[in-house]
Ligand binder design. Structure first.
Ligand SMILES: Cc1cc2nc3c(=O)[nH]c(=O)nc-3n(C[C@H](O)[C@H](O)[C@H](O)COP(=O)(O)O)c2cc1C
Length: 184
């Protein structure tokens, strides 16, 4: 808790107490955002504002972690950044935190943007309504990953949680992308 409060203070993100109130995406919704190369929001569409509960002014120039939900394992974001920094696109089911403490699940696609020299100059994300089956399957996996990360501190905890994810994938006989895309 102290670490979260310190991090929020440093990034000027207010601490929000999560609640059990869920907002469900409609079939026709697309939640869109763009960031600079550090992950600071440079664009968000109307639906992003509707689900997150923030105004455009409150979102622009803020780190994308402003909507980070504590039920999301840190290993998921490490995998995301590793994939993006490698120049590849990333798919994930993400539980996001709204300004009022509620949550909303998304199926996210995140891609790097390249400049003319092919250097990464920012990122782009589009989120759609996730399948109920995906969420049902992933909740216990994310819960266990968070439990591992809170019982082993720092990078070792993220390593152990990643190992757990790999064990789950092996038991299902699927790669990460195969599992994620198989649900939609
Ligand atoms: C284009 C883009 C979209 C992102 N979308 C989300 C998102 O919807 N929810 C989220 O929690 N993090 C998102 N992130 C990841 C955050 O930048 C951050 O890594 C994550 O919230 C973990 O925060 P932390 O490292 O401060 O714990 C996104 C990053 C990028 C570049």
């Amino acid at each position: 808790m102290i670490i979260i409060l310190f991090k929020n203070f440093m990034t000027k993100i207010p601490y929000i107490k999560p609640t059990n109130s869920e907002k469900v995406m409609r079939d026709s919704d697309f939640i869109v955002s763009k960031t600079d190369s550090k992950g600071k929001i440079t664009y968000c569409n109307q639906i992003f504002m509707e689900f997150s509960g923030y105004t455009e002014k409150e979102l622009l120039e803020k780190p994308h972690s402003i909507i980070r939900h504590p039920d999301m394992p840190r290993a998921a974001f490490r995998l995301m950044w590793q994939t993006l920094e490698n120049g590849d696109e990333f798919f994930a089911y993400v539980k996001n935190l709204s300004k009022d403490g509620g949550f909303y699940w998304v199926f996210a696609n995140v891609t790097p943007n390249f400049d003319q020299q092919h250097n990464i100059c920012g990122y782009f994300s589009v989120r759609r309504k996730p399948s109920a089956q995906a969420i049902e399957t992933l909740i216990p996996v994310y819960t266990e990953m968070c439990r591992i990360e809170s019982s082993i501190s720092g990078n070792k905890g993220i390593d152990a949680s990643t190992e757990y994810l790999v064990t789950v994938l092996n038991s299902l006989g699927k790669s990460y992308n195969e599992l994620v895309l198989s649900f939609q």
